[in-house]
Design a protein around this ligand. Structure first.
Ligand code: GLC
Length: 521
């Protein structure tokens, strides 16, 4: 049996608002992405993942979908996505779209008709409406919290409450209702018929809730990433798996191995692995690398435990160091030059691992999070948390393409970008880095080219060779990846260096550096 393309693919996430603006309104769009496809081909990625571009009032920048089968005018139209797909395929780049089945926008026609209809009506049954608690029903139906802060329930005029695990503008759909399931199948087919190569599934572990909506044990801590025991009744219910068995049957009727990759923010590796059993999703995001600090022990445990959990179900592992929901790795690793150095080493470690890797636009430029001033913040988390959580804007600032001043070629006419861009980004633009053999962009290009030409030939099994303290030496077939996370230079293992995140000297690997070597035989 031939191996499906996605098993070891490198997929590049494009936060569409922030990638490239073709119209000059300061917001990225589909034609902007299309214009930059040659850049992505030259970078060497196998696929791109586009964040939601569907019709939306943009309460959560498109993760609040009013019509999942149309394009929002802010991003273009159906013609633009068709042209983007055609051009990407001609360049050998696959395209994954992001579906948001857990909730719709409050402006979706279904939700509007639910509000207009009485309690217990079929219109309300597409969402999760309940009576409140307390003598007059003035208390929310249960104790669930919204992921973005505040209660997960909002009361409507006739006194009922509806559930929204995110903002009130994102009512949760009722996946126990057959009409909801049938309509989503229609959405999947709509995009597959247009030629997409797969789906990233937003909040894939959340579609089904506890049947009686029981209270959660509690202890919610927004700083602790991922869902677990404290909120077990809101997520990861057994019936959610049936949905993905149905979806698999839909996707299997299309050629070209379209992929499904679920966003599954669970703390439990085994629970995550259940989503990628043979008859369910193809891939599940694995956030263990992203959550690990710059520490040899933590990184090794994250890798070993992820590989072991996926091996149980025979699915490939996925790896990711950042996305549009978290601080960029340069910032997480300490910021400044140290942060960039560690991020360059970390990507060599990630790209040496077996399985699929996901990159987030801008990491190939070594971008750090931007400190967005309070008045310019746009993430709903900032307002919903009563200005206690800064939110995700820092990692969503538009990409710098060229030039010496904002918007650095992001918009055609110097328009103001939707989030302010820093004054000191001239050295990190794509144009500046393309000319520099030592740049982070050059490192990513070389790494991706070598991954194609050398790493894919290596067996998926990985092992660890003995290494100095605070160092890791990973082996896959003939390939070694050595990483020095310590304070002093460490000896390089014997072999021919293929690529290093900083130049090695005298067979020593400098601190915060990784190298790929072909092992000596
Ligand atoms: C996912 C998305 C995030 C969004 C949320 C609600 O976690 O990645 O950006 O806010 O779902 O749709």
């Amino acid at each position: 049996m031939s191996r499906p393309w996605w098993r070891d693919a490198v997929c590049y996430e494009i936060y569409v608002r922030s990638f490239a603006d073709s119209t000059g309104d300061g917001v990225g769009d589909l034609a902007g992405v299309r214009g930059r496809l040659p850049y992505l081909r030259d970078l060497g990625v196998d696929a791109i993942w586009l964040t939601p571009f569907y019709r939306s009032p943009m309460a959560d920048h498109g993760y609040d979908v009013a019509d999942p089968r149309d394009v929002d005018p802010l991003f273009g139209d159906l013609g633009d996505i068709g042209a983007l797909l055609a051009d990407a395929h001609a360049l050998g780049v696959r395209v994954i779209v992001d579906v948001v089945p857990n909730h719709s926008s409050d402006q979706h026609p279904w939700f509007r008709s639910a509000l207009a209809a009485p309690p217990q009506s079929p219109e309300r049954d597409r969402y999760i409406f309940r009576d409140g608690r307390g003598p007059s029903g003035a208390e929310p139906p249960n104790n669930w919290d919204s992921v973005f802060g505040g209660p997960a329930w909002t009361r409507v005029r006739d006194g009922q409450w509806y559930l929204h695990m995110f903002t009130p503008e994102q009512p949760d759909l009722n996946w126990r209702n057959p009409e909801v399931r049938a309509d989503y199948e229609h959405t999947l087919r709509f995009w597959l018929d247009r030629g997409v190569d797969g789906f990233r599934i937003d909040v894939a572990h959340g579609l089904v809730k506890h049947p009686q909506l029981e209270d959660n044990p509690g202890g919610f801590d927004p700083e602790r990433m991922g869902h677990g025991e404290h909120d077990r009744n809101s997520w990861d219910q057994p019936e959610v798996h049936d949905i993905y068995r149905d979806w698999r049957r839909v996707l299997a009727s299309y050629p070209g191995d379209p992929v499904t990759v679920g966003e599954i923010w669970l703390r439990d590796d085994e629970a995550t692995a259940r989503y990628v059993r043979e008859d369910e999703l193809d891939l599940a995001f694995n956030f263990r690398l992203l959550l690990a600090g710059w520490d040899a022990g933590q990184l090794r445990r994250a890798i070993d435990e992820s590989v072991a959990a996926m091996a149980e179900v025979g699915a490939p592992t996925t790896w990711v160091l950042s996305n549009h929901d978290v601080a960029r790795q340069v910032t997480r690793y300490g910021g400044g030059e140290v942060g960039v150095r560690r991020a360059r080493a970390a990507v060599l470690l990630m790209l040496a691992l077996p399985g699929a890797a996901f990159l987030y636009a801008g990491e190939e430029l070594g971008l750090a999070d931007v400190d967005v001033p309070p008045e310019a913040r746009r993430d709903p988390i900032w307002a919903r948390s009563g200005h206690t959580r800064v939110g995700r804007d820092g990692a969503r600032v538009p990409l710098p393409w060229s030039g010496d001043a904002p918007p650095y070629g992001f918009s055609p006419n110097g328009a103001r970008p939707w989030l302010p861009m820093p004054a000191d980004w001239a050295p990190v633009t794509v144009a500046a880095q393309e000319r520099d053999p030592g740049s982070t962009l050059t490192l990513y290009r070389r790494a991706l080219a070598l991954r194609r030409s050398q790493l894919r030939l290596q067996p998926p099994e990985l092992g660890w060779l003995p290494a100095a303290a605070d160092c890791l030496v990973l082996q896959r077939g003939d390939l070694l990846c050595a990483v020095n996370l310590g304070r002093a230079p460490a000896p390089l293992p014997p072999g021919r260096v293929l690529l290093a995140s900083e130049p090695p000297s005298d067979d020593q690997l400098p601190t915060d550096t990784a190298a790929w070597l072909l092992a000596s035989r």
